[in-house]
Design a binder for this molecule. Structure first.
Ligand code: NAP
Length: 314
């Protein structure tokens, strides 16, 4: 009999069809269905669910659930709403996503490195002024978060000639990257770097990490790229740091509330470049293959892939 696996989501119809069709093709031995198609009997028997921002109330109805596989890399929503339930949470770890994110990090680091925001502003005033050139080797970049995404980004920046440091919770060794770890080593790093790239997950420890005290520790005139999660940054403190020139520019792809409200002061700020959460879109094709491989392995061997550490929150 084919294993019944629900896809529980809050996506548009088109997105839902894409995910279900692609995963179904990869898992011919399973029956992938929407939550609304499950009977009460089904709900009491299901062991695995595939999820994309699921409604917690739907997931909570699956009383025999052993694990869920998210098709996204970030799991803060599920940690907030579902971590008290006894099943494991597996998130997407996709080398293609890391490749896409590293491309975005390189692109926006180059944007800041080659002074594109300033030249854009100068053009708007018809101002012909050549800014001093800085060699990439003299541009010091910090990548906060050295996980599946951050490590790939740090290495790509090194390959492009930048001086790169990284920060994580536990100590790391990455060739040509100066690695810092733990809260105590953060101030030393912040004081030295020209561009800070945030790729931390959102957890109780990283929520509000970038507040007034954080910005006071950064080297004067440094820039921020936030590709992690919006709530890591205290928006009012970011605006204050930009207003004082403590930060020169911020490239923001993620926000506490998405979509960003039309009345947000971030939209019109001259020193903010705003992106609508596009730095690393998940590939339905590669993500579905990874989800399918993990589920096939579980059905054959009973082994649940490495799951989120609920105590750490990521
Ligand atoms: P990951 O593999 O879990 O890596 C997380 C990294 O952050 C690890 O190096 C971890 O340290 C470090 N970390 C966590 N808490 C910390 C703390 N309190 N202090 C210092 N370091 C800490 O995650 P990932 O796959 O790289 O993804 C990172 C985040 O990117 C996701 O959670 C998501 O929010 C975001 N994301 C954004 C987009 C987008 O389009 N904007 C797309 C995908 C993902 P250890 O190595 O010591 O554990």
């Amino acid at each position: 009999m084919r294993s019944l696996i629900p896809f529980i989501h809050q996506l548009s119809r088109q997105e839902t069809c894409d995910w279900i069709d692609t995963i179904q093709t990869q898992l011919p031995g399973c029956d992938i269905r929407e939550f609304s198609q499950l009977s009460e009997v089904d709900k009491g028997q299901i062991e695995i669910a595939i999820v994309a921002n699921p409604d917690p109330a739907e997931v909570a109805q699956l009383s025999r659930l052993k694990w869920v596989h998210s098709v996204w890399a970030g799991v803060e929503g599920m940690m907030a709403n579902l971590s008290h339930l006894p099943f494991e949470i597996v998130r997407l770890t996709d080398p293609q996503l890391a490749q896409t994110m590293s491309e975005a990090v390189l692109a926006w680091v180059l944007y800041l490195h080659r002074d594109m925001p300033q030249y854009r502003q100068q053009q708007s005033f018809s101002e012909w002024r050549q800014l001093a050139y800085t060699d990439a080797a003299d541009r010091h970049i910090a990548v906060l978060g050295l996980g599946a995404l951050g490590e790939k980004c740090a290495v790509r920046l090194v390959d492009n000639g930048f001086r790169v440091s990284g920060w994580s919770r536990s100590a790391k060794h990455i060739e040509s990257v100066a690695c810092y770890a733990g809260e105590q080593q953060l101030p030393e790093l912040l004081a030295e770097v020209d561009i800070i790239v945030n790729l931390l997950p959102l957890t109780p420890d990283t929520q509000g990490l970038m507040d007034r005290a954080f910005f006071q520790q950064v080297k004067s005139g440094a820039a921020l790229i936030n590709f992690g999660r919006g709530a890591t940054v205290v928006e009012s403190d970011l605006l204050e740091a930009l207003g004082q020139g403590q930060l020169s520019h911020a490239v923001l792809d993620v926000f506490t509330q998405e979509p960003l409200q039309p009345q947000s002061p971030l939209w019109g700020h001259p020193n903010i470049t705003l992106l609508p959460h596009i730095s690393a879109p998940t590939s339905v094709t590669t993500a579905s293959r990874i989800v399918a491989d993990n589920i096939s392995r579980y059905l054959a061997e009973g082994s649940i892939p490495q799951s989120v550490d609920k105590a750490r929150g990521y």
